[in-house]
Design a protein around this ligand. Structure first.
Ligand SMILES: [Fe+2]
Ligand SMILES: [Fe+2]
Length: 302
């Protein structure tokens, strides 16, 4: 099915998912979550030090990456607009989504600045570098785009929430929980839109899901030193192979979209479904090996 036809077919579902979203989304104010009383003015020659706000490096990496990911919003808006924006309901949704997403960078940055949890100079330099490079995942077609964003919104929800849990700061925890609650609603919108696409065009959609699962990258790939931050985030247990396998691939692709029992697939759809299921099983085996190795290392650590 071509993109214009699929968009038209999905529009009624998008209308009702958008209405549901407006119904359950609650208004909130970033400034109410920020512990302003902990802040003070810093002179430019007063450099940041980790001791300003001690925390495990994996948690600090997660805060850094999570905020920079939120900062890249203009490019996510643009990629979604380019693919889905040819239909008015999706334009409406994309604007609302963008307005909600923008709050995330506001509240996380204010929290980090006030609490000195992250080096503000390194953070600003990294923001400039990332936004000048404008590297973001950029799926080309409608089914790929909604498939990717569904998985990414859930991954982001998990990452924000797990970061909050490890912060050892009730206020910081509440910031991250609030942001994660927004991500959850975004996830539900896209998850159910993909379910509709699977009904309208099962073969095209399962092929798109297979491509997006196979090449899945977190939206922060354009961040300087992303790989080393991602490794620290995984070691901290915030987002790793096992979480990706269990909560994203099994939780959404297998259990919610039920790709293994889809009917009405053509030969290309069947082949993509087989590759997808095999890939998920393979990721599960790797995830188990990685977890076992980490437990062994922990057990043998002095
Ligand atoms: Fe966000
Ligand atoms: Fe989101």
């Amino acid at each position: 099915m071509d993109d214009a036809t699929l968009l038209g077919e999905l529009a009624p579902e998008a209308e009702s998912l958008y209405a549901r979203h407006l119904d359950v989304a609650t208004e909130w104010f970033p400034h109410e979550f920020v512990p302003w009383e902990r802040g003070r003015a810093y002179a430019p020659d007063e450099p940041w030090e980790p001791a300003d706000h001690p925390m495990p490096e994996g948690v600090r990496s997660a805060l850094f990456v999570n905020l920079l990911t939120e900062d890249n919003l203009p490019y996510y808006f643009w990629t979604i607009e380019r693919v889905l924006g040819k239909h008015s309901i999706f334009r409406t949704w994309n604007r609302r989504w963008t307005a909600e997403e923008n709050r995330h960078a506001i509240v996380i940055r204010d929290y980090l600045t006030v609490t000195r949890a992250v080096d503000p100079v390194a953070l600003e330099r990294a923001r400039m570098a990332q936004m000048c490079s404008a590297v973001v995942p950029d799926p080309e077609h409608v089914a790929d785009s909604i498939g990717y964003v569904a998985l990414q919104e859930l991954a982001t929800r998990i990452s924000h929430r797990n970061t909050g849990k490890l912060l050892d700061d009730k206020v910081g925890f509440e910031v991250m929980v609030r942001v994660a609650a927004d991500e959850n609603l975004h996830y539900l919108f896209y998850r159910d839109l993909v379910s509709a696409a699977l009904r309208v065009d099962p073969s095209g959609t399962v092929q798109a899901i297979e491509r997006q699962v196979r090449d899945f990258a977190m939206p922060g790939v354009g961040i300087v030193d992303f790989d080393s931050h991602a490794a620290a985030i995984a070691r901290a247990g915030i987002y790793d192979f096992a979480i990706h396998h269990e909560q994203i691939l099994v939780g959404v692709v297998m259990r919610h979209w039920k790709v293994d029992t889809l009917t009405g697939l053509d030969a290309d759809g069947e082949a993509a479904r087989d590759r997808l299921v095999r890939h998920i099983e393979r990721v599960g085996r790797v995830a188990r090996r990685v977890s076992e190795r980490r437990e062994e290392n922990l057990a043998s650590a002095p």
